[in-house]
Design a protein around this ligand. Structure first.
Ligand code: ATP
Length: 328
C-alpha cells in the first residue's frame, strides 16, 4: 500500500491516490491525487460535468471508485462508509429541509437522528444557529427562508455532529453577493477556528479565490493543476501585477515614468488604472520598481503585489486543454 504523506505531521483529512470513476465509457474522474490538511480550505474548481460531484460521492462512500483509493479522516469510505458519515459533514448544493418545520425543529430532527442527547442537542443547536446567523429566525418555518438562509442552515445541519471534515458542493450557487459572502465568511471561520478541513466544489472562481488556501483545477475528470493561486499563476507562465502609486505632486510626465518602468528586467506591461500604475512582471519586481522610482526622485506612496485573477489562470488551462467550456 502507498504510504500516506503529508505536508505537516498530522494525518491528512482527505487523501486520494489514483482515484477514478467510470460510468460505462464515460470517465467521470481520472487518476485523482489529492491531499487536504486539517484546517485547510481546498477549492475543487471545474465547470458542470468536470467530475466534482462524482469525487465528493466517492469520498463520502456513496459511490464506489473504479480504481485507486481514498482516505477520509484516515478511513476508507468504501469499507467504512458509516463511520465516514459520522465524522464528515456534507452540504449538497440544495440541502433539503422540511418547509413546514422551523429551522430549529429541522436541526432537532437531524440531531436526534445523530443520536445526540437532549441537553447536548439544545446547547449545540442554539450555538450553531447563532454561528450561522439564524438565531433570530430560528422559530420561523423554513419555507419562509431565503436560499442563502437555507444554505447556512445546511451548514449548521452538517456541523451538528461536530465533523472533522466539511464538504460543500456549490455552496454559493444562486446566492446574491451578500448571501455568498455570508456563506464564505462562515466557511473561513470554520476552518480557522475549528480546524475543520473544508473541500469546496464550485465553478464560481472569484468567490473561491477569496476563501480557499489552495485550489485544484478539474478539466474533464482530471485535476490538471493544484496549488495556491500564486503558484498556479507562476507555473503557467502567468505574471504578477504590482500596483504602484506615487505622490500626487511628483512632476515626472506619465510617458517618462512608463518608459522607466518598462525598461526594468522582466517587466511585460505598464498601464494606468485611475491613480495606480499596474506593472505586469514575470517575477516579484517590487524592489526593482521601488528603486527605479526613487532614482527618478519620486515618492512611492503605495506598492503592492496583486494576485492574478483565478479566472485568467483558469481560462489558460482551458485553452491549453483544448476545451471550449467557460465558467461563470
Ligand atoms: N450516475 C451517473 N451515470 C452516468 N454518468 C454520470 C453519472 N453521474 C455523473 N455522470 C457523468 O460523469 C461526469 C462528471 O459528472 P459530475 O456530476 O461529477 O460533474 P460535476 O463537476 O459535479 O458537474 P455538476 O456541477 O454539473 O454536477 C459527467 O460527464 C456526467 O454526465
Amino acid at each position: 500500500m502507498t504510504v500516506l504523506t503529508s505536508t505537516d505531521d498530522r494525518e491528512p483529512a482527505i487523501w486520494t491516490d489514483g482515484l477514478a470513476k467510470n460510468y460505462g465509457n464515460t470517465v467521470a474522474v481520472d487518476d485523482l491525487h489529492l491531499e487536504i490538511a486539517p484546517g485547510e480550505v481546498f477549492g475543487l474548481l471545474g465547470p458542470n460535468g468536470a467530475g466534482k460531484t462524482t469525487t465528493i460521492l466517492m469520498l463520502l462512500g456513496l459511490s464506489e471508485p473504479s480504481a485507486g483509493q481514498a482516505r477520509v479522516v484516515g478511513l476508507d469510505p468504501t469499507r467504512q462508509a458509516l463511520e465516514v458519515k459520522r465524522r464528515v459533514g456534507y452540504v449538497p448544493d440544495n440541502a433539503g429541509f422540511y418547509g413546514g418545520l422551523t429551522g430549529q425543529q429541522n436541526l432537532e430532527y437531524t440531531a436526534q437522528l445523530n443520536g445526540l442527547d437532549p441537553a447536548t442537542r439544545r446547547d449545540r443547536i442554539a450555538s450553531l444557529l447563532d454561528e450561522v446567523g439564524l438565531a433570530e429566525r430560528a422559530d420561523e418555518p423554513v419555507r419562509t427562508y431565503s436560499h442563502g438562509m437555507r444554505q447556512r442552515l445546511g451548514i449548521a445541519d452538517a456541523l451538528l455532529k461536530d465533523p472533522e471534515v466539511l464538504i460543500l458542493d456549490e455552496p454559493t450557487l444562486g446566492l446574491d453577493p451578500r448571501g455568498a459572502d455570508q456563506v464564505l465568511d462562515l466557511v473561513n471561520d470554520l476552518a480557522s477556528q475549528r480546524s475543520v478541513a473544508v473541500l469546496l466544489a464550485s465553478h464560481l472562481l472569484g468567490q473561491v479565490q477569496v476563501v480557499c488556501s489552495r485550489v485544484g483545477i478539474f478539466v474533464d475528470g482530471r485535476m490538471v493543476a493544484s496549488g495556491t493561486v500564486d503558484e498556479l499563476a507562476a507555473q503557467h507562465g502567468g505574471r504578477l501585477v504590482v500596483e504602484v502609486q506615487t505622490a500626487q505632486d511628483d512632476e515626472l510626465e506619465d510617458q517618462d515614468l512608463e518608459e522607466r518602468l518598462r525598461d526594468l528586467p522582466g517587466i511585460v506591461s505598464v498601464h494606468r488604472e485611475g491613480e495606480l500604475w499596474l506593472v505586469g512582471a514575470q517575477h516579484d519586481a517590487r524592489q526593482d520598481i521601488a528603486t527605479r522610482l526613487q532614482e527618478a526622485g519620486l515618492t512611492v506612496v503605495h506598492l503592492r503585489q496583486r494576485s492574478e485573477e483565478l479566472g485568467a489562470i483558469y481560462r489558460r488551462y482551458f485553452a491549453e486543454e483544448g476545451s471550449g467550456d467557460t465558467v461563470g
